[in-house]
Design a protein around this ligand. Sequence first.
Ligand SMILES: Cc1ncc(C[n+]2csc(CCOP(=O)(O)OP(=O)(O)O)c2C)c(N)n1
Length: 514
Amino acid sequence: MNGATSLVKTLASAGVEVCFANPGTSEMHFVAALDQVGDIRCVLGLFEGVVTGAADGYARMADKPASTLLHLGPGFANGLANVHNARRANAPMVNIVGDHATYHKQHDAPLTSDVEGVAKPFSDWVRTSADSRSVARDGAAAVAAAMTPPGRVATLILPADASWNEADGPAPLPPVEGRAPVAPEAISQAARVLRSGEPAVLFMGGDALHEPGLMLAGRIAAKTGARLLAQTLNARVERGAGRVAVDFLPYPVDAALATLANVRHLVLVGSEAPVAFFAYPDKPSVLIPPQCETHTLATPGEDIVGALEALAEELGAPQNAPVQEREEHSPSSGEAITPESAAAAVGMLLPEGAIVVDEALTAAAAFMSRTRGAASHDYLQVTGGAIGIGLPLATGAAVACPDRKVICLQADGSAMYTVQALWTQAREGLDVTTILLNNRSYAILKHELANLGAGDVGRGALDMMELDRPALDWVGLARGMGVEAQRAETLEELERHFAAGVRSEGPYLIDLVL
Ligand SMILES: Cc1ncc(C[n+]2csc(CCOP(=O)(O)OP(=O)(O)O)c2C)c(N)n1
């Protein structure tokens, strides 16, 4: 067997079931091996940002890595923004990046670049296979690296001759590190500050935002009066009716500061200490108020749920916690379409167990508030702030969970970065309903212009934020890629088309005119 076959067999036996791919000449042996071995589902993306964003969505839902297959430095570079988002999501990810044959590199052929140099800033683990006999072992090490808590980005660079030369056979997965238990002092310290009666917040991320962690946090809050607060952007939050509800730290600096204003103790539970997304003149970078002490109960890679269990026990927390009630915000008939009324309609009709992808930007706050008491669902956010992930993320989530409905709340400007994902959804028959939030602008940037005090601006600056010349034909774009699509200009049309999307078993797009 050749190196490529030994690698595909290694990945499959390590549990990799899907390869999101956009290959080229240097990856042809790998493509042939995928076909020959047959244990890994291949999903073609027509742009590398689709490939990497889909791998992220898959990993967030499946809790294990997919692999990507990308073409040398330029192909990988095209996908990096969503590798960045995956890394910020702590999503396990194995990138296989083809490169020129080792002996060909010296000739500086057109596609030659420093692939390791491209990979390093966006990966936690990078290796270039030296030859075909090391490829299997390197592949197994890449999967183990990706699965190291809390989830990492591993990039294996595969020279073409390491693919096609003779190899020994697949390699076993080395032992994967588990989540380290937190030190007893971290638990007793958290217990001490929560018992103090001083205003405290459990600031939550990662596993703390999945049902077992949420219930434990809810019980601790019920006992101590601590507030539960999630990071602004999270890989996956389990929320909706029947679950312990958390608020999210708002994105705008002033709102975030107001949320944390009176807090005396901030207990980090699988989260990073909160900082402002950007610096703004005259606003702080660190969002923690001066009187507030920060305590780490569990870092993102530690045993977050175990730490919450130990803390609940130490505090003698009750066995149950109050959960979110079902809320229905029915928009009144004839109401105009706004983010709020649209979100109310979607919240009402959201199917049980949906996966909601939020790249709604200026409409996100409305959707978050109106889905708080909707049927229970998973909520996926743009963890790294790099836009152009919504459609790919939904694509990967649908591959991971074929029995669940995926709802993609997608702002129009962001959608245009990776719109090709719609084609993959059609080709794979993925059950994704996209609500395309068509405001024909980069609306958030207009707010940011004001927030930054950039002064009175003229037409030239504002023109950088308008997408209406020409207006995008979203129904035409979706249908052109094989996705059923309808336009909604009234709430009644939104409700009708959303119900049709929910009923349909394949991809569906609603062009929601805001
Ligand atoms: C990769 C990347 N490029 C550019 C930006 C800067 N950026 C942030 S928001 C935004 C526009 C978003 O517009 P849209 O998706 O239409 O949402 P809206 O603000 O209209 O709700 C841009 C260009 C970014 N965050 N990430």
